[in-house]
Design a protein around this ligand. Structure first.
Ligand SMILES: Cc1cc2nc3c(=O)[nH]c(=O)nc-3n(C[C@H](O)[C@H](O)[C@H](O)COP(=O)(O)O)c2cc1C
Length: 236
C-alpha cells in the first residue's frame, strides 16, 4: 500500500505567536514527506470531520504546566475523531531551556510527561517539548511576573534544529500509522507507540503543492483552504 499520509492538520494554540511559528515550520518540513499540510489556529479551526485528515499534529504554548485552555478544550470536543487518527503532540515552553536554546533533557522529559497528562488523549508518536521565547511584549503584567521564574534573559530560544529533528523522527511513524488505519486496512484505531526508538529519515522526498479540495461539513459550512498554510472557515 502506498503512503497514506497526505492530508495533515497542523494545529496550534498561541498567545504571542511563538507556537504558530513553530507549527508553520513543522508544516513546511512535512512537505518533504509528500504531505499536504494545513496549518491552522485552534481559534479558527472548526471541529474535525471524519475522513478529512490522515493525521493531526497539534501543539500549544505551555502556561503553568499545561497546554492553553482553548487547545485542551478543542481536544475534548474532538476526542472521538482524534482517537481514530495518528496524532503527534508538542508543547512549547521555557522550562528546562538553556541559554543556547537547547533543552535540559531530563527536565524536558519530566515536564513533557506532566503537560501531556493534561491533554486528555495520548500522542501516538513520541511527543516533543520545544523551546519557545521569553518576551515581555504581548503578555500582561501578571504574566510578565510569572515569566521571571525562568532564569533566562529575554530572547528567542526557538531551536529550529530540534523542530526539524522531531519531524524527521516522527514522520515515518505517522506514515506507517496512517497507512495502517486507512480505509481498507485492518486496524481502525491508533494506539500509542511504545518507547522512543531511533527512526530512519523517510526516503521519499516528494515536493507536492496541490491545493486541498473544498469540503462541506454536516452543518453546511465550507471549509476553504487558501493554499498550503492557512485555513479559514466560512458560511456557504
Ligand atoms: C504566564 C506564563 C506562564 C508560563 N508557564 C510556563 C510553564 O509552565 N512552562 C513552560 O515551560 N513555559 C511557560 N511559559 C513560557 C511560554 O510557554 C513561552 O513564552 C512560549 O514561547 C509562549 O508561546 P505562545 O505564546 O505561543 O503560547 C509561561 C509564560 C507565561 C507568560
Amino acid at each position: 500500500m502506498g503512503n497514506r499520509l497526505q492530508r495533515v492538520l497542523v494545529l496550534f494554540s498561541t498567545v504571542s505567536g511563538c507556537t504558530e511559528s513553530i507549527a508553520r515550520r513543522i508544516g513546511a518540513d512535512l512537505i518533504a514527506y509528500g504531505v499536504r499540510p494545513t496549518v491552522a489556529s485552534v481559534a479558527e479551526c472548526p471541529e474535525l470531520i471524519q475522513g478529512q485528515y490522515d493525521a493531526v499534529i497539534m501543539g500549544s504554548g505551555v502556561r503553568i504546566g499545561r497546554w492553553h485552555k482553548d487547545a485542551r478544550e478543542w481536544v475534548q470536543r474532538n476526542k472521538a475523531a482524534l482517537s481514530t487518527l495518528p496524532r503527534a503532540f508538542f508543547a512549547v515552553g521555557l522550562h528546562g531551556v538553556k541559554s543556547d536554546g537547547r533543552m535540559e533533557e531530563s527536565v524536558a522529559r519530566e515536564d513533557l510527561k506532566r503537560v501531556m497528562a493534561t491533554v486528555g488523549i495520548e500522542s501516538t508518536v513520541e511527543p516533543a517539548f520545544l523551546s519557545g521565547w521569553k518576551r515581555q511584549d504581548g503578555f500582561s503584567g501578571m504574566e510578565r511576573m510569572a515569566l521571571r521564574v525562568y532564569p533566562l534573559a529575554d530572547g528567542d530560544y526557538r531551536d529550529w534544529d530540534a523542530v526539524d529533528a522531531w519531524v524527521k523522527d516522527i514522520a515515518p511513524s505517522l506514515v506507517k500509522q496512517a497507512t495502517a488505519t486507512a480505509p481498507g486496512a485492518v486496524a481502525s484505531t491508533v494506539t500509542p507507540l511504545a518507547p522512543r526508538r531511533e527512526t530512519k529519515a523517510a526516503a521519499a522526498c516528494m515536493r507536492q503543492r496541490t491545493r486541498a479540495p473544498r469540503t462541506v461539513d454536516r452543518g453546511g459550512r465550507v471549509a476553504a483552504y487558501d493554499g498550503m498554510f492557512s485555513f479559514e472557515e466560512c458560511r456557504a
